[in-house]
Design a protein around this ligand. Structure first.
Ligand SMILES: Cc1cc2nc3c(=O)[nH]c(=O)nc-3n(C[C@H](O)[C@H](O)[C@H](O)COP(=O)(O)OP(=O)(O)OC[C@H]3O[C@@H](n4cnc5c(N)ncnc54)[C@H](O)[C@@H]3O)c2cc1C
Length: 520
């Protein structure tokens, strides 16, 4: 029997494992379905997409998307120590301060930007030092890229030329503008939540870590959570918790595991002959994700990341941890408004000095670069649901991309802006032909068809165990599951609305905040 069982060693789970076990009087068990994070491609920043569809990836597939030519989309999710923070693109973005103020306005006390800022700072070890908005000395290294590709610089210059203001810190009070991303790296290597939080805590005698241990059910006595059933190396095992079980398995698996444990819409549970522990209709609903498209150009100079694996660059990386292999691929970006009348940005750009289409699987030959506009505030909502009562089977993932037509039209504006940026003077030394959608694609209907055919996830699913007090909320503002004792959900699934940006730093922040709430 331990005090706390944490399920899932991803971005959130690693933070909790560290913070809760810091109290030597407290015993903590961390269960992770995946294995260790030892593979080389985890640590070499530019190699992250090489992890897709390997055993370190859950490699999910969505249901057919009617608005995307009935395609099923690939959804990578990290399955190893560090979870998705061990395979993400390392961009450090907090979102717009207004995102958190909206969470608070929805009735979630303690979640306004002013409330959460101390937790962002507590997590952070900012290369440029501490300030009113940044932290130094925290576990997570946040730094500038060691090597910036000239094309990424050209992207920022092209934005400025086109009237988008330069922004040297997207995580300051003003998010809007164009600049280079900061990344979660330490000395040219990925700084995942496992590297930042878990590794320093591994020697503590009061922290146990079981990898290759997949939780299959949460156990209850009445409404009180008492333990977890899991499967490790082909056998079933059980662990008991004195105080709490904390679910950190991410926006896909947290609702799945709740459903498998009898928590969710009674009707869905009965369909799979699962005993109803708590009729909570919101479990799995409110799924939100950022969706992106790609505008690809040939590059007339052989300077892109396509050459990153040359012997010279490999040596540079091995000896000095410098050069293009330290690139996070999406090096530069911008937050812009699709309409000047909007109160804030509704589009985010990821610029990659290399071809990047279909999750990096479709690589045209030669050198190229990619504009990746993505939608910040999707109106469409989807759902995670059970497909089977088998805990080892994947759940049904229905993101409903572009179910609300307006979403498609915002992304279309992003595509058009990408083309305007590509024509800027800054790209003149580099720009070759437009590879995708291709210069011949000009009519509105053809552009819409391209968006439907090319759209992909930007890997930010959230919201499926949302925090709140309305009938569809799953957890309260202290992240306790409504109606049950001793069970919290702490991961990206609790966000009521997706933040305006990448979701790793916000997840680490919310786990920092949860650790304090739990310890109180
Ligand atoms: C390819 C990719 C690129 C991304 N790029 C960026 C980026 O550049 N910047 C950014 O901010 N965000 C990025 N993200 C998103 C970000 O990484 C995630 O939002 C964040 O890691 C989510 O954290 P989490 O704790 O909710 O879940 P995860 O980190 O996914 O952790 C969940 C953990 O639970 C484990 N697990 C699942 N089911 C079980 C079970 N039943 N039993 C035990 N363990 C289980 C999983 O194996 C995993 O380790 C990216 C994500 C991906 C996949």
């Amino acid at each position: 029997m331990v005090d706390y069982i944490i399920i899932g060693a991803g971005s959130a789970g690693c933070v909790l494992a560290n913070r809760l076990s810091a109290d030597t009087q407290t015993t903590v068990l961390l269960l992770e379905a995946g294995g260790p994070d030892s593979r080389r491609e985890i640590h070499i920043p530019a190699a992250f997409s090489k992890l897709f569809k390997t055993p370190l990836d859950w490699a999910y597939e969505t249901e057919e998307q009617p608005a995307l030519d009935n395609r099923k989309l690939f959804w990578p999710r990290g399955k190893m120590l560090g979870g998705s923070s061990s395979m993400n693109a390392m961009i450090y973005i907090r979102g717009n301060p207004r995102d958190y103020d909206r969470w608070a306005e929805l009735g979630n006390e303690g979640w306004s930007f002013a409330d959460v800022l101390p937790y962002f700072k507590r997590a952070e070890n900012q290369q440029h030092g501490a300030s009113s908005l940044h932290g130094a000395g925290g576990p997570l290294d946040v730094c500038d890229l060691r090597t910036v590709n000239p094309l990424s610089q050209a992207f920022v210059d092209a934005c400025v030329e086109s009237g988008i203001a330069r922004n040297d810190d997207f995580n300051s009070v003003r998010q809007e503008g164009a600049g280079l991303y900061q990344v979660t790296q330490r000395q040219g290597q990925r700084h995942s939540a496992a590297a930042a939080y878990l590794r320093p805590a591994l020697k503590r005698p009061n922290l146990g870590v079981h990898s290759n241990a997949q939780a299959t059910r949460i156990l209850f006595e009445g409404r009180r959570t008492v333990g977890v059933q899991y499967r490790q190396n082909g056998t079933n095992a059980e662990a008991r918790a004195r105080r709490e079980v904390i679910l950190c398995v991410g926006a896909v698996n947290s609702p799945q595991l709740l459903l498998l444990s009898g928590i969710g819409a009674a009707e869905q549970l009965k369909r799979f002959s699962l005993e109803v522990v708590m009729d909570l209709p919101g479990v799995g609903l409110n799924l939100q994700d950022h969706v992106a498209t790609g505008v690809l150009y040939e590059c007339r100079q052989p300077i892109t990341l396509a050459g990153a694996q040359s012997p010279r660059h490999l040596l540079d990386y091995i000896v000095f941890k410098r050069g293009p292999l330290t690139s996070n691929v999406a090096e530069a970006g911008a937050f812009v408004r699709s309409q000047p009348s909007l109160a804030g940005p509704d589009l985010q750009f990821h610029f990659a000095p290399v071809y990047f289409a279909n999750n990096g699987f479709d690589v045209p030959p030669g050198h190229g670069f990619t504009f990746g506009p993505s939608l910040l505030h999707p109106e469409s909502r989807g759902q995670i649901a059970l497909r089977s009562p088998d805990p080892l089977a994947p759940p049904s993932i229905q993101p409903n991309y572009f179910k609300c037509e307006g979403d498609l039209h915002v992304l279309l504006e992003g595509l058009k802006l990408s083309r305007r940026l590509a024509q800027a003077k800054a790209f003149e030394p580099y720009r070759g032909t437009e590879v995708r959608p291709g210069a011949a694609v000009q009519a509105e209907a053809a552009l819409i068809a391209f968006v439907r055919q090319s759209a992909q996830t930007l890997y930010h699913p959230v919201g499926t165990c949302k925090m709140g007090s309305d009938p569809l909320a799953v957890v309260d503002a202290k992240l306790r599951v409504h109606g049950l004792e001793g069970l919290r959900v702490v991961d990206a699934s609790i966000m009521p609305n997706v933040v305006s940006g990448n979701t790793n730093a916000p997840t680490i922040m919310l786990a920092e905040k949860a650790s304090e709430m739990i310890r109180q």
